[in-house]
Design a binder for this molecule. Structure first.
Ligand SMILES: [Zn+2]
Length: 392
C-alpha cells in the first residue's frame, strides 16, 4: 500500500514537472494577452481602402517574451508576423522585457522581485537567461534575428540606409516588413555601461532607461521614488548618444523625462503611452511633456490597451491621439500598441483597420492618418538611426 502511494506521488510530481515545462508558458501567454473582440473584424469600406495604402509603424510589441515562433500564426495573444501583415504593419519595433516584479502597481512598484525567471524557465530558454537580465535581452535579439533570417520579406533595421531600403521595397512588395529591436529598461545592462555596446552589436537600436520600477539609471513613472537621472544613468545616456541609440521615454518618471530632455537635442520617442488629459494615470504623459517632446521633433506612441487610454477601444486610442494632435500637431502622434505586453487590447493586429476607421471618425484627414499610423515614425527614425554600420 505504501509503495502504491509512493508511485502515485512520484507520477504526479513527474506530471507537474512535464506540465511546467510544456503547457505553463502557453497558458500564461493566453491568459495575459487577451483581446476584447476576436476576429474577424469589419471596418468601413472607406477605412479599409485607406488602410490598404498605409505602412503601419508600431513602436512597441512584446511578442519576443512569449512561447511563440514570430513567423507562425497562433490563435492566442495579439500578434505574430502573419497577423501583423494582415493589419498592414510594415515597421514593427520589438522590445525585450528583462525584469517584471511581482505585485506591480501604478501606485508604486518595488524593484526587488522578478517573475521573468519562472516564465523563461517554463519556456526552456538557455540556463543563463534564468539569472541574467543581459542574457535575456541578448536571447530575445537572437530570437528575432533568427526569424528575420528565415522569414520572407523581413528585415532588421540597423541603419538609415536599411530604412530607405525598406521604404523602397514596400513600393514593390507590400509584404516587406522592417523590424527594429528595443530594450524596455536598462537594468538589462546589469550595472555596466559598456554593455550598451554589446546590445547595440546585437542589433538593438531603441532603448528606454527604466521600466516598471526605479533602477540604477533613474526613476520609473510607476516606481517608489520616481527620481531623476542618476550619475550612472548620465554615463549610460552619453553612451547611448555615442551609439546613435534612439531614446525612448516610455515608463520614465517626470523627473527623468526632464533630465533626459535637458541633455539631448535629438528627437526622442515615447514608444507606448497614454495622456493624462484623456486618461489620468501616473503612467501617462502630461501636456507639458507632450509639448517638450514635440519641440525636439519627437513622437508620442499612443497605446492600444485599456489602461493607457481608459478603455479597450479604438475610439479611446483615437481620442488620445486627437488630444496630442490638437496640442502639438499630428506630426508628433504615433502608434505604440503594446501588443503582447500583458494587456487587454480591443482587437488583434489583424484588426488595425478599425483604428484607421476611428481616426477618420475623430476627424483626421487621410494624410494625417498616414502620418500617425506610420509616416511620423519613419521620419524620426530616418534621423535617429545610425547613418552607417559601425558595430558589425
Ligand atoms: Zn511597457
Amino acid at each position: 500500500m505504501v509503495r502504491v502511494v509512493l508511485y502515485v506521488l512520484v507520477a504526479l510530481l513527474g506530471l507537474a514537472v512535464v506540465g511546467y515545462f510544456t503547457v505553463a508558458a502557453p497558458i500564461a501567454d493566453a491568459r495575459y494577452n487577451r483581446v476584447r473582440a476576436e476576429p474577424p473584424y469589419d471596418a468601413s469600406a472607406r477605412a479599409e481602402a485607406l488602410h490598404d495604402t498605409l505602412m503601419v509603424a508600431d513602436l512597441h510589441n512584446d511578442l519576443l517574451l512569449w512561447p511563440r515562433n514570430p513567423l507562425q500564426r497562433y490563435d492566442r495573444g495579439h500578434s505574430d508576423v502573419p497577423r501583423l501583415r494582415e493589419g498592414g504593419v510594415g515597421l514593427q519595433v520589438f522590445a525585450a522585457v528583462t525584469q517584471v516584479p511581482w505585485g506591480q502597481s501604478y501606485q508604486g512598484t518595488a524593484a526587488g522581485s522578478d517573475q521573468i525567471p519562472y516564465l523563461v524557465a517554463a519556456e526552456r530558454w538557455p540556463l543563463r537567461t534564468w539569472t541574467s537580465r543581459l542574457a535575456r535581452a541578448r536571447y530575445q535579439a537572437r530570437k528575432l534575428r533568427r526569424a528575420v533570417g528565415r522569414g520572407e520579406g523581413l528585415m532588421l533595421l540597423r541603419t538609415q540606409a536599411d530604412l530607405d531600403t525598406l521604404l523602397a521595397g514596400r513600393e514593390e512588395n507590400p509584404n516587406a516588413m522592417g523590424t527594429l529591436l528595443a530594450v524596455e529598461g536598462l537594468h538589462a545592462l546589469e550595472g555596466t555601461v559598456a554593455n550598451v555596446d554589446t546590445l547595440v552589436a546585437d542589433g538593438y537600436r531603441m532603448m528606454s532607461l527604466t521600466h516598471l520600477f526605479d533602477n540604477a539609471l533613474g526613476g520609473s513613472s510607476t516606481g517608489i521614488e520616481k527620481g531623476g537621472l542618476t550619475d550612472f544613468g548620465e554615463a549610460v545616456l552619453e553612451r547611448l548618444k555615442k551609439n546613435d541609440v534612439t531614446i525612448d521615454l516610455a515608463h520614465a518618471s517626470e523627473a527623468l523625462i526632464d533630465d533626459v530632455l535637458a541633455r539631448t537635442s535629438e528627437p526622442v520617442v515615447v514608444s507606448h503611452t497614454g495622456v493624462d488629459a484623456t486618461c489620468p494615470s501616473p503612467r501617462n504623459l502630461s501636456d507639458r511633456h507632450v509639448r517638450a517632446i514635440a519641440k525636439q521633433d519627437g513622437v508620442i506612441g499612443i497605446g492600444l490597451w485599456e489602461k493607457a487610454v481608459c478603455g479597450p477601444t479604438a475610439a479611446a486610442t483615437a481620442e488620445a491621439m486627437a488630444h496630442v494632435a490638437d496640442l502639438v500637431g499630428a506630426k508628433h502622434v504615433a502608434l505604440g500598441t503594446d501588443y503582447d505586453g500583458t494587456v487587454l487590447a480591443p482587437f488583434e493586429a489583424g484588426g488595425l483597420p478599425l483604428l484607421t476607421e476611428a481616426l477618420l471618425e475623430e476627424g483626421f484627414t487621410p494624410r494625417e492618418v498616414e502620418q500617425i499610423m506610420g509616416g511620423n515614425v519613419a521620419r524620426v527614425l530616418r534621423r535617429t538611426l545610425p547613418s552607417a554600420e559601425e558595430n558589425e
